[in-house]
Design a protein around this ligand. Structure first.
Ligand code: NAG
Ligand code: NAG
Ligand code: NAG
Ligand code: NAG
Length: 218
């Protein structure tokens, strides 16, 4: 028997062993059970359609993509927005630069949106940082207690390219035509567009947000 065949047979035996030891409970309310995800049939019990790896599955789907490689706490990504400054007043209709600095991330890697969305597990670079890309989004905050609707934004862009300077991105933003309070945030994803998976919940956030104002300055 070739080594490859031996490998395949031991793999099948291992998977069958794991799945029989951790029998799948029938209770649908326990779909989050780790035993079920281990056997990779979580989506067979879901009412949602299977992932087809296109970002167009806007009514939801079920994915069996595994989490993948998770970095150590020495490689937790982190961001600080440096422009505009917090609370800055920006002239109506005036273009400006959104700038942020980051650490512990390997950016500029983007999977195909129509065929690879959520398709691959997270990967880490040989130096230990998550491989992925950034986005930034700006939303209008009509009043201080109005929770923003995430489907509604004034500006959004994925950041598919390498940084403009060492660990610093500068994103040109076209001038805003409406006065008011805005919230600008970064958001970090792995290469296949899923949110990043981290080794601890006991930490600071990965992304940053600021508020700024757009006003007609005379
Ligand atoms: C994936 O499924 C969605 C509906 O959930 C559909 O609109 C889209 O065309 C499908 N894409 C592919 C590549 O099959
Ligand atoms: C993504 O994949 C589709 C289908 O194979 C292809 O038409 C498209 O050009 C690809 N997009 C990019 C940015 O490579
Ligand atoms: C979207 O935001 C604009 C202001 O930027 C607001 O006028 C509009 O009502 C919002 N729409 C929804 C559906 O929240
Ligand atoms: C940063 O680089 C990107 C991609 O090359 C470019 O589109 C953008 O204009 C650059 N930003 C500045 C402020 O030059």
């Amino acid at each position: 028997m070739s080594n490859l065949n031996k490998y395949i047979i031991s793999y099948i035996v291992l998977v069958l062993t794991i799945c029989s030891v951790h029998a799948i409970p029938n209770n649908i309310n326990k779909r989050y059970d780790s035993d079920e995800t281990k056997c990779n049939d979580f989506c067979q019990k879901s009412k949602l359609p299977l992932a087809n790896f296109s970002s167009e599955q806007l009514t939801g789907f079920c994915s069996s993509t595994v989490i993948g490689e998770v970095p150590s706490t020495a490689h937790l990504p982190s961001i600080l927005i440096t422009k505009p400054s917090y609370g800055e007043i920006i002239q109506l209709n005036k273009d400006f630069i959104f700038e942020f600095k980051y650490v512990n991330f390997e950016p500029g890697a983007v999977a195909n949106l129509s065929t690879e969305f959520d398709r691959y597990p997270q990967s880490i670079h040989e130096e230990g940082n998550i491989i992925g890309h950034y986005h930034m989004t700006i939303q209008k905050i009509p009043s201080p207690d109005a929770v923003p609707n995430p489907t509604n934004y004034s500006f959004f862009t994925p950041i598919n390219y390498l940084p403009n300077a060492t660990e610093t991105y500068q994103v040109p933003i076209p001038g805003f035509t409406e006065e008011g309070m805005y919230r600008a945030c970064t958001y970090t994803t792995a290469k296949s567009h899923q949110c990043v998976n981290l080794p601890t919940g006991d930490r600071g956030p990965i992304d940053d947000c600021i508020r700024f104002k757009v006003e007609k300055i005379n």
